[in-house]
Write a protein that binds this ligand. Sequence first.
Ligand code: PMP
Length: 421
Amino acid sequence: MPDPTATVDTGAALPLAARTAQLRSSAIGAVLRLAEAPGIIPLAAGSPAHELFPAAAVEEVSGRLLREQPGILQYGDTAGLPELREWIAAHVGARLGAPPRPEHTILAHGSQQALDLVCKALLDPGDTVVVDRPSYVGALQVFRLYEAELAPVPLASDPGLGALTDALEQGLRPRLVYTVPDFANPTGAQLTLVQRRRLAGLADRYGFVIVEDDPYGELRYDTDGTTAPPPALASLSDRVIRLGSFSKVLFPAARLGYLTAPAPLAPVLGLLKQASDLGNSGFIERIVLELVTRPGFVDDQTAAARTLYAARRDALALALRRQFGDTLQFDMPGGGFFIWARFADRTDAAGLLAHSLRHRVSYVPGAEFYAAGPDRATLRLSFSGCSTGDLARAAGHLHAAWSSAAAGGLAAVAPGGGAAR
Ligand code: PMP
């Protein structure tokens, strides 16, 4: 008989579900908190430029809607405002060849929740999920929460997808393959047409589902507008769930993303959305609908974003090259928010971070983005949220940190990835 007066051990009395054991507190969270500190130039946060937020338009539209249609504060449609789903279907249809049916499009709290719903629908504990090497850390966290077995395989850096093909031939049977085909987080890489066709073909042959996460596809910087972007994976296979987001082109506080799913999955995902939260904010959905259906609004917003981010990317790339020469290697990203770099002298980017924060610049150590076997000499530098002047200064700060760390004897990492000493 338990003693009712005994001290309660809250740890035992409130045991956590087993799945929470998979959760890791990400270093990104810690770095982002530090990066907020005054005086630090934040190359860690992958935040959109606040200068682009359509604050005046949001104020005008929301005020008018509240005056004219107070009913918009009511609960809405679980799968999202029908007119906005129609707009999304038509909008993404341009990239897909044919528009998806609006009822196959479900709105979610950011593409992050869309990914959560997909995992809830498709993953049992122990199912295998193939992720790129490196991959988006927010997705890794969701896969871990659903107790997936992560199989990191190089995708974007493997022109013929030979490693994935070999792994499948040798018996790997993933339930999902997760990819950010356009200007990935963290690498900025884009899958080629050949890679897209191969991946789609492999999905059809081996029966896995591709999750095509596309928050950055509209933010491409090296085109005069006449070159068509490569086709979406969803246009190449029926086994693709495509995720999209209003966070990067409109504003992330809308917390509005969406998924487009093949016919048999869409109703299941709709029910999961209902069970999760009954639906997004109909008020925000209506504001977004008003904005995106204004003639020229999306085109103007996208054009302004491309111009601003391209200038920021160029400023950071130029400053890094000036400061580091060949010591810091990177490919110029054709879009997105990030420069993914690697120290040729194999400086440990995680070890360098404390020095960098003292020199008033932040970044994310690349090891965070690997499901296993990290390359510790890599780092993710985000140019999206800083002015060109700050970006030029940031490269100088980073170089000063690197020089002082080297003088202080910061260990390089061994070629295999572990610490050399
Ligand atoms: N996927 C990727 C690859 C991202 O970089 C991000 C944002 N960092 C998201 C999804 C989440 O976007 P959202 O704001 O739509 O949830």
